[in-house]
Design a protein around this ligand. Structure first.
Ligand code: ATP
Ligand code: MG
Length: 446
């Protein structure tokens, strides 16, 4: 293992270190869109009474092997696992958060006094081939309702996601819905499915053949065009549902119908993890190529028990933040409002102490102030400072010039807006009353 970067022979400086492939820096102004999305989510979650839960990024590897299933893409080939230096335990960067949420809920006996509605946001890690909408560090926002068994909570979660698309202004998203039934119903379906696939063994690809007896359901999810016909003709889970499972599905649908939520039943929707039962769903778009799933979820009534907790039903979803933002961009929405209210022009270093006191007063009153700062050789000319002020997008410049300062004042200059309102474009304001006139500088969003 080498940790020291080699020197670049051309410059003799150490070679540049760049980010790990598939892991992205999120820079301003792009990061403002992320903050806006996160703020929107927080407000919405509060309205649905979902509470924030934060779990570690690193978990014991066994949590995912047991929780997600051994024969899943994630566990088979996408996990970043490593050994704990001290005791040799296998640890993994979380590839998703449902397993971690279930572990935390169990570990802290959170269901002792009834069900809990929770949400999380954060980075996930999967060793996939990086491409548009598919990264090795990506971000999910998820909502989970644990300890509730009724179809009304499945529906509530779908309504919550639909409300989020509305709040974000996201269009062109459709809902696909399926039911995977209960384990015994799946067993019967599985047997029929294997029999069907065995009859067409000649068209199965290597992946499908390997999964034929370990995880045949996942074969239905194949993207291989050569297998489409066989998969299309495969026995449908829907036909194996018992009465209770059918009733649960009908109850979810009735709530969606009553709320005007359109959906398509997709009998081949199976989801990537083994832990789902009954309702599963995805929100998909055609506008992001083959990375078209922006949100997926479903019921996982047996996961808590599988991870060692007291059996309890649960349901949830997770959305991909990068894909949602990409889709918004695709629609032409731009939510990056990074301009400060005021750009502070400081031509005289001797006035910094008093000027900063005024700037701090404005900030405390809620005004967004960007202070001019040079790269090291003094404050720079007025002209260059005004150029920066213009580029910042600020509505106003506050000029802390020596003349006005001597009079106990500062000059406020409008940088944007209507040029004809000449009288208002420049005026002097008393430094001592900054807390009072601050209110006139604050934009409604800051
Ligand atoms: P896909 O079929 O696209 O691989 P998935 O079924 O593996 O998705 P989930 O595990 O259900 O995805 O995760 C929920 C959401 O997280 C996905 O719908 C997607 O929006 C997002 N997501 C999953 N993997 C990635 C990734 N590698 N990069 C970016 N977003 C991702
Ligand atoms: Mg995947």
């Amino acid at each position: 293992m080498t940790l020291r970067p080699p020197a670049d022979p051309a410059t003799a400086r150490p070679a540049r270190i760049v980010a790990v492939k598939g892991m992205n820096d999120i820079l301003p102004p792009e990061s403002a869109r992320w903050e806006w999305l996160e703020d929107t989510v927080r407000r919405l979650m509060a309205r649905y009474a979902y509470r924030n839960l934060r779990t570690p990024i690193v978990e014991p590897t066994g949590l995912f092997v047991r929780g997600l299933g051994e024969v899943t893409d994630i566990v088979e080939k996408e996990m970043y696992s490593f050994e704990d230096r001290l005791n040799g335990d296998s640890l993994t960067l979380r590839p998703e958060s449902t397993a971690g949420v279930v572990r935390a809920v169990t570990e802290h006996s959170m269901l002792y006094d009834g069900g809990k509605r929770l949400y999380y946001m954060g980075p996930m890690f999967r060793h996939e081939r990086p491409q548009r909408g598919r990264y090795r560090q990506f971000h999910q926002i998820g909502a989970e309702a644990l300890g509730f068994g009724g179809a009304e909570v499945d529906a509530e979660l779908i309504l919550l996601a639909a409300a989020l698309w509305r709040e974000l202004g996201l269009r062109d998203v459709r809902l696909e819905l399926n039911s995977l039934g209960q384990p015994d119903e799946r067993k019967a379906h599985r047997a029929a499915l294997i029999a069907h696939l065995e009859q067409h063994a000649d068209v199965l690809d290597e992946d499908a053949r390997r999964r034929l007896h370990s995880n045949p359901l996942r074969i239905l999810d194949t993207k291989n065009p050569a297998m489409q016909a066989v998969v299309e003709a495969a026995p449908r889970m829907m036909d194996f549902l018992g009465e209770a499972s059918r009733a649960h599905f009908a109850a979810v649908r009735a709530i969606l119908d009553a709320n005007g939520i359109a959906y398509r039943i997709n009998p081949r929707l199976v989801r990537g993890m083994d832990y789902y039962n009954l309702t599963v769903f995805e929100f998909v778009t055609d506008r992001l190529g083959s990375q078209g799933t922006i949100c997926g979820g479903g019921r996982y009534d047996y996961l808590i028990e599988q991870i060692g907790g007291k059996p309890a039903p649960a349901v949830g979803w997770a959305l991909g933040v990068e894909r949602v933002l990409e889709l918004l961009k695709e629609q032409g929405d731009s939510h990056a409002a990074l301009a400060p209210d005021v750009y502070a022009i400081l031509p005289d270093a001797g006035l910094f102490p008093q000027a900063l006191r005024t700037i701090e007063t404005l900030r405390a009153a809620g005004v967004a102030v960007q202070m001019h700062a040079g790269a090291g050789e003094g404050p720079g000319s007025m002209k260059s400072q005004f150029k920066k002020a213009d580029a910042s997008g600020a509505a106003h410049a506050l000029v802390f010039g020596p003349d006005e300062f001597a009079a106990g004042e500062v000059t406020l200059k409008a940088l944007r807006g209507d040029v004809s309102d000449g009288v208002l474009r420049q005026r002097r304001l008393p430094l001592a009353e900054a807390a009072v006139w601050a209110a006139t500088l604050q934009s409604p969003t800051s």
